[in-house]
Each structure stands twice: as structure tokens, then as C-alpha cells.
Design a protein around this ligand. Structure first.
Ligand code: OGA
Ligand code: MN
Length: 286
């Protein structure tokens, strides 16, 4: 085996060592990472100081790059490599953003359970998040296993949700937090999309829930009934047994499968710098 694995959560997360993510990936190592992801959808790597180009090159081994919300944001790009999504809570001069700043609201929406780019078509497959400069205390990231959550539903609930399709919108979470920095043109560029609530992961054949804060309607259901069902499913899907929490150190890289996990950031002191960068691949179902 070319890489070493240490189990961090019995079904959800492993630490991967014996690999340098700055170097081009050998085909056998890539295959091993993919098969590891099929079993453990969260991978943790330590001490990987990646340039933006190395970060994007590693991510591209897994698929074409998803630009996330960059299209809709008014913010000027701070990073040269547009494949890399800037998650630093700073403005153009490097000053930490005020908590009330609209850009910060958008970042804070990452503290709500979600799957990256579930509001787009194609949606996301893998995300690769690099911890550049972390605040030291708080600001952990949690992941919830949506295959385990699906398996633990009652048979009646499995039957009820099997045919359901949910509408996902990028702006629902921002609305919940009081609004953010999107232009009408930006919002028009990202109309809501529909995804089935139950998803099968081709690599493992396992069924998984596909919900989170971007869901705001269920097709053919009254809004109130749909939102209550979505909230109940989310509560079920994020029980502690299904959750792994990553405590960041600078130069950690965490990679996950957005098709079968939800994730969220945890609170931190908003006056402190927190800088992460993310690259994400698109999921194009066969
Ligand atoms: C993300 C995200 C959570 C965090 O990068 O997609 O949701 O803890 N991050 O910053
Ligand atoms: Mn995210």
C-alpha cells in the first residue's frame, strides 16, 4: 500500500499519510485515494503546505473544477488562481472583516449544514479545503455521514422520501443570516436547481440523504410541510454518532465527498483571522 490510513471515525473519516500532495499523483495512489473516499468520505492530511497552483492541480486529478459562488459575488478576486475559492475573512488590504460585512455573512453561512454547490447543476463531488491560517481556538469543521443517516431512517420514512425532489438555492442560507453581497445579475446567474432527496453513490452502491441548508422546497409539497420535513431530516442526519469534527492546524488539508456528507464550520472569534482556501470538483453522474 502506497499510503497509510488511520481511522478517525469508524465509517466517515481517515487520516492519510505517506503522500506529498504537492507532487503529481501516481495513478495507483490516485486510485487508492478514490477507493478510500468510497469507503471513508472524509480524508485528513497534515503538513501539506500547498501553493494555489498545487492545490488546484491535486484537485483536478479528481474532476473538473467547480467555481462555487464566485460567479455571483461582487467581491474582487484576491487570489490569482481562479480555480481556488478564497475563504479568508479579510478584505483587500488584509484587514479582518467586520462581523456585519456582507462578505462575512456569506462566509458565516458555511456554519450551516450544507453540501458545497448543491444549488448548482452540475453539483459538487469532492472538495479539498486547505487550512492556511487558523485562529487557534474554535473554527473547527464538522462532517455528517449522510449514508449512515439514510440507513438509520425508519422503513416508512425511506418509502416516503424515495420519490421526493428538493429545490436547492444558494441564497436561502444567506437570507437566513440577514442577506449577503450578491447582485441581482449574480443571483439570476444561479437559479435554483432540483435534486432527489435520496441519492445513490455509484462507487459504493450506498444510498445517502442529500439535503442541507440550501434546500428550501420539496416539489409538489406545501412550503411549510416541506420545510418541517427538511428540518426533521436534517436533525436526524446530524446526530452526533454520524458526525466527525476536524480540529484545524495550519497546513492541514481536508477532502470530502459532497454527495454523501454534509459539513459546517463552527464558531470562532470573528475579530481573529481565519484563512482557508477550497477547490471543488463537479459531479457529472454517469
Ligand atoms: C467550505 C466550508 C467550512 C469551514 O469550505 O466549503 O463550508 O469550516 N467550510 O470553513
Ligand atoms: Mn462548504
Amino acid at each position: 500500500m502506497a499510503i497509510d490510513l488511520k481511522i478517525l471515525h469508524p465509517e466517515l473519516a481517515v487520516e492519510v499519510s505517506g503522500i506529498d500532495l504537492r507532487k503529481p499523483l501516481e495513478a495507483d495512489v490516485l486510485a487508492e485515494l478514490k477507493s478510500t473516499l468510497a469507503r471513508y468520505p472524509v480524508l485528513v492530511f497534515h503538513d501539506q503546505k500547498l501553493s494555489d497552483n498545487e492545490h488546484a492541480a491535486f484537485t483536478r486529478c479528481f474532476g473538473s473544477i467547480d467555481a462555487g459562488l464566485t460567479l455571483a459575488s461582487k467581491r474582487k478576486q484576491r487570489l490569482k488562481n481562479t480555480d481556488v475559492i478564497d475563504l479568508a475573512n479579510i478584505d483587500g488590504d488584509g484587514k479582518v472583516l467586520d462581523a456585519a460585512n456582507a462578505r462575512n455573512v456569506s462566509l458565516l453561512a458555511n456554519q450551516l449544514w450544507h453540501s458545497d454547490s448543491s444549488f448548482k447543476s452540475p453539483r459538487a463531488q469532492y472538495s479539498v479545503l486547505c487550512g492556511v491560517d487558523l485562529p487557534g481556538e474554535g473554527g473547527d469543521t464538522e462532517f455528517a455521514d449522510q449514508r449512515a443517516a439514510y440507513d438509520a431512517l425508519s422503513q416508512a420514512m425511506k418509502v416516503r422520501i424515495e420519490p421526493l425532489v428538493a429545490e436547492h438555492s444558494a441564497f436561502h442560507s444567506r437570507g437566513l443570516l440577514g442577506g449577503a453581497d450578491f447582485t441581482p445579475e449574480g443571483m439570476a446567474a444561479l437559479p435554483p436547481v432540483d435534486w432527489p432527496i435520496v441519492n445513490t453513490i455509484p462507487e459504493s452502491g450506498r444510498k445517502s440523504l442529500f439535503i442541507g441548508v440550501h434546500t428550501r422546497e420539496i416539489r409538489g409539497m406545501a412550503t411549510a410541510e416541506a420545510r418541517l420535513l427538511l428540518l426533521d431530516l436534517l436533525e436526524h442526519a446530524t446526530q452526533r454518532d454520524f458526525v466527525f469534527r476536524h480540529v484545524w492546524h495550519n497546513d492541514d488539508v481536508v477532502m470530502w465527498d459532497n454527495r454523501c456528507t454534509l459539513h459546517r464550520g463552527r464558531p470562532y472569534d470573528l475579530s481573529k483571522l481565519r484563512e482557508l482556501r477550497r477547490c471543488t470538483t463537479e459531479y457529472i453522474a454517469a
